[in-house]
Design a protein around this ligand. Structure first.
Ligand code: C6P
Length: 536
C-alpha cells in the first residue's frame, strides 16, 4: 500500500476492490473537489462575464493545463471528452472523413471493443480495410507481423498501450515509428496505462492518445483526447454547437480555436475539477511509486495464483512490460460463477470477456476472471484473493462442469427453495436437451456480453406442436440450468405456449432468488427462444 485506504471512503468497510481496470475508487480529495465546485464555483464556462462565470472558466482551463503538463502536451492539444470511448469515436469519425476505398487501418488483436467497433463502422462506410496485428502465444504483439501489416496503404494505426485483459504493455513507440515511416497516424488507447505509469505523449511519439478519468481516481464522464496540434487544426469537429464555433450565420459557421473546436456544448465542469484533483493526488503519491507498487503486487499475485492447481494465467508470465492486470481461468468454473463466489468473500473482481470478445475467440477461451490492482491495494488483499481462490478450487474439486452449492444461491433459503436449488444444480450438472439439432424448424443464437454466456435454441415443430426442442452453448451455472429447465418444460407444448412463456415463469422454474446481475443469465434462454419463435 502506498496510499492510505482511509483516503477512499468506499473502502472503509473492508471491501477488497480488485476491479480497478473497470473503474477506480475515488479519494476524499476528489469527492471534496467536486462538492466544492458545486458549492463555490458553479457557472457555465466561456460565456458569462460575471465573476462567478470567470471563476468557473479559470478553473476549467486550469484543469486542461494540469492534464497537458501531466502527459507532456501543450494546452491546445488537450480536449476533454466523456472518456476513452468518445475519444476513439471522435477520431474514427473525424479521421475517417479522409479515408478512401482500399486505405488500411491497423489495429491489434488485443483491442477493447471501443478501439474496434468505431473503426469497423468507418471502414464499412469508406470502403477501408481493417488489419489486426496478431497476439503471440506469449501474449505479446507480433512485431514482425506488424512490420508486414503496416504498409504504404496504412493510414491509421491504433493500438492499446496496456491491455485491459492480458496486462501486456505494448511497444507503442516502435509502432509509432513504423506508422510514421508510411505517413500513417498513430493513436494510443491509454485507458489502462495513464492511471498506472508516467506517460509522455512526446516520448511515445504518438499523434493521438485517449484515456478516461474514472480509471485514475477521477469521476466518471470525463476523459481526454490528446492530439498533435497540426493534425487537430486540419480535422473536422465531431460535435457541433455552442462554444466550438468562432462565427455563425444562417448559412454557415467557422470553428473556434483549439481545444474548444472539439468541445461542443456545456462541458463536464465538475468532472474537470475532479480530474484535476485526481491528478494532483496521483502526483502527490508519485507516478513512479504507483508503477512500482503495481509491479510488486502483480509479481506476488502471479506467483501465488499460478501455483494453485487448475488456475491458468492468461497473460505474460513475468512483470516485464506488464501492468497490474491479471486474467486467469479456473478449470471447471465459469468466470461468472467464480466472481460471484469471490464476491461472497467481499472481493470484487470482474469475470467475462472484459469488452474484448475478439481476443477471447482468438485465444479460444470462454472469458476469464480478472483482478486489477491500484495504489490502495495491499499484499494482504492479494493473500485474501489467493485464499479465496484456493478455497473455491478446493470446494469445487477438479472435476469439470461441477458446481458448489454456495455460489448458486444464498444459504438462507426456505426448505422449498433448497429443493429447487438442488434441482438447479442437477440441471446444470446434467443438462437436459443439450444437443445440436440438425433438422429443425427454427434456430436462434444469443450471447450475453456481460459474462459471455452463449445459447443456441433449436425448435422442431409438427403442426402447432413443439415436437422437439434442444439447446447448445456454454456459460455460467444459472444460464445453463435455465436453458435446461426451459427446454424440458416446453417439450410437447404448443407454439403459442412457447411464445407466451414469460420471465416470471422462468424464475418460477428456477425457484431460487436470482440476484440483479444474474437476471440476464437466467433469462438468456427465454430471450433466445422468443427470437427463434418470431420466425414461426
Ligand atoms: N475498460 C474494463 O473493465 P471507457 O468505458 O470509455 O471509460 O473506456 C473504454 C476502454 C477503452 N480501452 C481500454 C483498454 C479499456 O480498458 C476501456 C475500459 C473497462 O476493462 C470497462 S469495459
Amino acid at each position: 500500500m502506498i496510499t492510505a485506504k482511509e483516503d477512499f471512503p468506499i473502502l472503509k468497510n473492508g471491501l477488497i476492490y480488485l476491479d480497478n481496470s473497470s473503474t477506480s475508487q475515488k479519494p476524499a480529495k476528489v469527492i471534496l473537489a467536486i462538492k466544492e465546485y458545486y458549492e463555490q464555483d458553479n457557472a457555465n464556462v466561456h460565456r458569462g462575464i460575471y465573476k462567478l462565470a470567470q471563476k468557473a472558466t479559470v478553473l476549467y482551463e486550469k484543469a486542461h493545463e494540469t492534464v497537458a503538463k501531466f502527459i507532456g502536451a501543450d494546452f491546445e492539444e488537450v480536449i476533454f471528452t466523456k472518456g476513452t470511448t468518445e475519444g476513439l469515436n471522435l477520431l474514427a469519425y473525424s479521421l475517417g472523413k479522409n479515408l478512401k476505398a482500399g486505405d488500411e487501418i491497423v489495429l491489434s488483436e488485443m483491442e477493447h471493443h471501443s478501439n474496434i467497433v468505431p473503426w469497423q463502422q468507418i471502414a464499412e462506410e469508406r470502403g477501408a480495410v481493417l488489419k489486426f496485428i496478431p497476439v503471440t502465444k506469449y501474449f505479446r504483439l507480433d512485431l514482425e507481423k506488424a512490420t508486414e501489416l503496416i504498409t504504404e496503404k496504412t493510414k491509421i494505426v491504433s493500438v492499446v498501450h496496456l491491455s485491459n485483459v492480458l496486462g501486456t504493455i505494448n511497444p507503442v513507440k516502435e509502432l509509432a515509428e513504423m506508422a510514421h515511416k508510411v505517413d500513417a497516424v498513430m493513436i494510443v488507447d491509454a485507458a489502462q496505462s495513464v492511471p498506472h505509469m508516467p506517460v509522455d505523449v512526446k516520448e511515445l511519439s504518438c499523434d493521438f492518445m485517449v484515456f478516461s478519468g474514472h480509471k485514475m481516481c477521477a469521476p466518471t464522464g470525463i476523459g481526454v483526447l490528446y492530439g498533435r496540434k497540426g493534425l487537430l487544426e486540419k480535422m473536422q469537429p465531431f460535435l457541433f454547437g455552442g462554444d466550438m464555433i468562432r462565427e455563425v450565420s444562417f448559412e454557415r459557421a467557422s470553428w473556434n480555436d483549439l481545444p474548444w473546436k472539439f468541445e461542443a456544448g456545456t462541458p463536464n465542469l465538475a468532472g474537470a475539477a475532479g480530474l484535476m484533483a485526481a491528478i494532483e493526488y496521483l502526483q502527490e503519491t508519485g507516478m513512479e511509486n504507483i508503477t512500482t507498487h503495481g509491479q510488486e503486487l502483480t509479481a506476488y499475485a502471479l506467483e501465488k495464483l499460478s501455483a494453485i492447481p487448475d488456475v491458468t494465467i492468461v497473460g505474460p508470465a513475468s512483470t516485464e512490460n506488464r501492468g497490474p492486470v491479471i486474467s486467469f481461468t479456473v478449470e471447471g468454473i465459469h468466470p461468472h460463477d467464480a466472481s460471484e463466489m469471490l464476491d461472497k468473500e467481499n472481493i470484487a473482481v470482474r469475470g467475462g470477456f472484459h469488452c474484448a470478445m475478439p481476443l477471447f475467440s482468438k485465444l479460444g477461451i470462454d472469458g476469464s476472471l480478472r483482478v486489477s490492482f491500484y495504489l490502495y491495494n495491499t499484499m494482504e488483499d492479494v493473500d485474501r484473493l489467493v485464499e479465496a481462490v484456493k478455497k473455491m478450487v478446493g470446494e469445487m474439486g477438479t472435476e469439470t462442469n461441477t458446481i458448489n452449492r454456495s455460489e448458486i444461491a444464498p444459504s438462507d433459503l426456505t426448505e422449498e427453495q433448497e429443493i429447487y436449488k438442488e434441482n438447479v444444480i442437477d440441471h446444470y450438472k446434467s443438462p437436459r436437451n443439450k444437443k445440436e439439432m440438425l433438422q429443425y424448424t427454427v434456430k436462434h443464437r444469443e450471447v450475453n456480453p456481460l459474462c459471455g454466456d452463449i445459447i443456441t435454441i433449436y425448435v422442431k415443430t409438427e403442426g402447432n406442436n413443439i415436437e422437439e426442442i434442444s439447446f447448445t452453448g456454454n456459460g455460467c451455472a444459472i444460464s445453463q440450468a435455465s436453458a435446461s429447465l426451459l427446454t424440458e418444460n416446453l417439450k410437447g407444448k404448443n407454439v403459442e405456449d412457447a411464445k407466451r412463456f414469460n420471465q416470471q415463469e422462468v424464475f418460477g422454474l428456477l425457484g431460487i432468488p436470482i440476484s440483479h446481475t444474474r437476471t440476464k443469465c437466467a433469462l438468456l434462454s427465454l430471450k433466445t427462444l422468443h427470437h427463434a419463435m418470431e420466425e414461426i
